[in-house]
Design a protein around this ligand. Sequence first.
Ligand code: NAG
Ligand code: NAG
Ligand code: NAG
Ligand code: NAG
Ligand code: NAG
Ligand code: NAG
Length: 465
Amino acid sequence: MFFKNFLFLPALGFAIIFPPDPKIFEGVKEFNDWRVKRDELINLTDYKFGWPDFACETLLTSGDVPKNVHKITPSDIGIIAALGDSVSVAQAAEAETVSELLNIYPGSNFVSGGDVRLDQQATLFNIFHQYNEKLRGASSSRIKKFYDFNFAVAGQTSDQLVNQTLKLVERLQNRLPIEEFQNSWKFVNIFIGHNDFCKICLNSSQIFSAQQFGKSINQSLNIIKENIPKVFVNIMPPINVFIHEATHKTLPFCETVHRKTCPCILELSEVEFDSIKKDYDLELKNVIEKIGRNDTFDVVLSPAIDLDKIPQIGNTSNLAFIALDCFHLSSIAHDISAKQIWKGLFQYVNHKENVDFETEDFSKVQCPPKECSYLRTIENSKNCQYSLPTGQTRELLMGGKGKTDGFSGISLFFILAMFVVGTTLILIFTKYSFSTQNSIQSQQFENERRRLLPIARTDLDDNLF
Ligand SMILES: *[C@@H]1O[C@H](CO)[C@@H](O)[C@H](O)[C@H]1NC(C)=O
Ligand SMILES: *[C@@H]1O[C@H](CO)[C@@H](O)[C@H](O)[C@H]1NC(C)=O
Ligand SMILES: *[C@@H]1O[C@H](CO)[C@@H](O)[C@H](O)[C@H]1NC(C)=O
Ligand SMILES: *[C@@H]1O[C@H](CO)[C@@H](O)[C@H](O)[C@H]1NC(C)=O
Ligand SMILES: *[C@@H]1O[C@H](CO)[C@@H](O)[C@H](O)[C@H]1NC(C)=O
Ligand SMILES: *[C@@H]1O[C@H](CO)[C@@H](O)[C@H](O)[C@H]1NC(C)=O
């Protein structure tokens, strides 16, 4: 998040090859102790990633794009975007050595991660992708994709959110086909403020005040509303960074790192941080309550992983949830975040659950409730009139998965008759094709092939940027 002035870690990487300075060497020793401890806890946690057996009904729409934000199901989301800081680009999540601690891994971030399949690690992208094969917005750790709409930047504070938002608007306008820009529903995730907390002791009264945070969020939301048609914004309160202090007692490495990367954890007390966090939460709540909603724009607050302490194992912090830099989310935590946000999307506004590590079974697939599969907004939380745009009954549209008795009402004779008719038609068609084949010029065939080409090119483009 905040490695801008961080000279310590590169020095460590250097020291592994040339260990001249005993002080640096001491640091390396601390690092190895910490890594062993963390490895033990990862082994002990034995976490099951992703949802290998995802089997929710996914045909949740009639194909018409809804006009109303209170009536969108996961299948209606066409674009995923993200704004925020290092957490939303998965800094250090997959790091295994000191030299990797500054790396970001956007391909597996909890919002737009597109390098991982749902059976490997859950991300909102790969969950929503189950519902819409044409979903855009995947991020990759290897390349910058053409349709990557993740504008989160490691180290950024909330005062830079407005700039991120402007870039998002511009990219959506420039890269999406105009029809899609106008009509496709966009899901924008905002998660920022951690760097504000880390710097708040340096200049709390001005740049990093709760009021300034609220102002930036409000401005950003208003830009989104005015410039992006059809959008659902999921906004997450920043985690109180003071929870990391619990690691200092047992792990000197963590304290050393925090001193460099998030000094306010050591400068301010728990009470002070509690009060700062409360102010930020109040501002956020206030902005969201007062925002000018309408039928094509809504904002929902998602607590999801708003932790008040690092989850415990026995009587210590479970470091399996923390990346190797002792600060960011580990891959396990990214998996949990995606699952908890997803689950929360179908819980009433103001009743969305914060993650509960004691009771939650993260391997259990969370399907949207059948009685109301809309992403919840204030309006449809009060009263969910679940109906589909064309007026067809839900059962007719639900086909596919979960329906195994589709033929029960049809007589065997009818099926046989259809089989005979079908086969005959295929035979006639095949014969016709063969008899006319000679007259089909290879030029025509070539034309047909060319007509099909642009489809493949779209995929190609997606990998060029
Ligand atoms: C964790 O498990 C792996 C694979 O089972 C093993 O190789 C490694 O030594 C274990 N690490 C610790 C610290 O127990
Ligand atoms: C936003 O971007 C503009 C132009 O790129 C830049 O001048 C300005 O400093 C940026 N604002 C912040 C808060 O980073
Ligand atoms: C805090 O920030 C304000 C505005 O940028 C600046 O005028 C002030 O000097 C800063 N104070 C400290 C202690 O850095
Ligand atoms: C919602 O507000 C935005 C921004 O003012 C506007 O462009 C859009 O048309 C509005 N939607 C509806 C359904 O009124
Ligand atoms: C958010 O911004 C709008 C437009 O600038 C303003 O009218 C509104 O009062 C602001 N909301 C809050 C809570 O400050
Ligand atoms: C709990 O902490 C104490 C020291 O504070 C330690 O001796 C003990 O082994 C710990 N128990 C567990 C279950 O980790």
